[in-house]
Design a protein around this ligand. Structure first.
Ligand SMILES: [Zn+2]
Length: 159
């Protein structure tokens, strides 16, 4: 089955209606975090620094893509490589539009991510904004706070 995982900074998701927005709004009140979105360049550098790789489903304009592709899918699965699947960067425009270095990223989505999703979430949260992760299957949100580590989350991470 095809499915996708979404990471949205809590302060951004808090602007949305519905249950996920409410979850995010409660969290943002508690955390009182700065409402700064990361740029395309920052998001990609963060994913790379977390050792993640994946397939770009975004098109970059004026920027070399630093995100490596999967070197070997079979081996990657066997060794739980930090694969994040097919990656899209949502910058408030049609996803078919190219994205630029300084565009602000509202959401990172990953279609069929593998073992890279948790390190990716931890690394993005470590940039300063709590991340709310949810999927296209049941939409149950999972919150990753800045400073949380793999050992804090690995046992409960649903993906
Ligand atoms: Zn891989």
């Amino acid at each position: 089955m095809s499915w996708s995982l979404f990471f949205v900074p809590a302060h951004r998701l808090a602007q949305e209606r519905g249950r996920l927005g409410e979850v995010a709004a409660q969290l943002v009140n508690v955390a009182a975090e700065p409402a700064q979105l990361l740029t395309v360049e920052q998001v990609l550098a963060t994913l790379v620094s977390a050792g993640c790789h994946g397939d770009a489903w975004y098109r970059l304009e004026g920027l070399e893509d630093p995100l490596p592709r999967c070197p070997d899918r079979w081996r990657c699965d066997a060794e739980h490589g930090r694969d994040i699947g097919e990656v899209s960067l949502h910058c408030g425009r049609d996803l078919a539009e190219p994205v630029r270095r300084d565009d602000l990223v509202e959401c990172v989505s990953m279609r069929k991510p593998r073992s890279g999703s948790l390190p990716a979430a931890i690394a993005l949260a470590a940039m300063g904004s709590a991340q709310i992760a949810f999927d296209t299957i049941d939409g149950e949100p999972f919150v990753v706070m800045p400073g949380q580590r793999d050992e804090d989350l690995a046992a409960t991470w649903p993906w």
